[in-house]
Design a protein around this ligand. Structure first.
Ligand code: ZN
Length: 193
């Protein structure tokens, strides 16, 4: 993670105050008095991905898998991210799977990896690839598949204004990409069949 010195909480609150004024409102009116503080604290939480190294979540694995060598797929992991072009929310779902070799990871860890990479300024394509590559690098499975379907507020609330349109991205590695049977099985899990 970058080690840039961070502005203080009060500097962040000052920036929010500026945005309120710039939007045309009075940051000193009663209803807005505590808003800069709340916004800064909300941002701290929404951008918590900068304070974690998601790859570390994958380092504790279980080797007693009793010969299990079929796909492990966790569907419908909520994605909350922010597009790096507009700082507007990207909300959707991730489906993450891998074909284990001799070890598996706790399933909650897959969700934490999605959250860790998601809670940063992102583009969906990069988010999808980062999740897949982290699983590949650390678990060294035979294959990995990540599919993300998400709605981009910068498109659905403004700009071209296309509510309900979803962007789908996928990143497939190893046997999930190259073995037709495994690939099809993964994609069927993702579709919920
Ligand atoms: Zn955007």
């Amino acid at each position: 993670m970058t080690e840039r010195p961070r502005p203080s909480q009060s500097e962040a609150e000052g920036a929010v105050r500026t945005l309120i004024e710039w939007a045309g409102d009075d940051p000193d009116r009663e209803g807005l008095g505590d808003t800069p503080g709340r916004v800064a604290r909300a941002y701290r939480e929404l951008f918590a991905g900068y304070d974690v190294e998601p790859r570390e979540y994958l380092e504790r694995t279980f080797e007693e898998v009793a010969g299990y060598d079929e796909l492990v797929v966790l569907r419908d992991i909520r994605v909350v991210s922010f597009c790096e072009h507009h700082m507007l929310p990207v909300i959707g779902k991730a489906h993450v799977g891998y074909l284990p070799t001799d070890r598996v990871v706790g399933i909650s860890k897959l969700a934490r990896v999605v959250h860790g990479f998601g809670r940063r300024l992102q583009i969906q394509e990069k988010l999808t690839a980062e999740i897949a590559q982290a699983i590949q690098d650390i678990l060294r499975p035979k294959g990995v598949g990540v599919v993300i379907e998400a709605e981009h507020s910068c498109m659905t609330l403004r700009g071209v204004n296309t509510p309900g349109s979803m962007l789908t991205t996928s990143h497939l590695l190893g046997d999930v990409r190259d073995d037709p049977r495994t690939r099809q099985e993964f994609l069927e899990f993702v579709r919920g069949k």
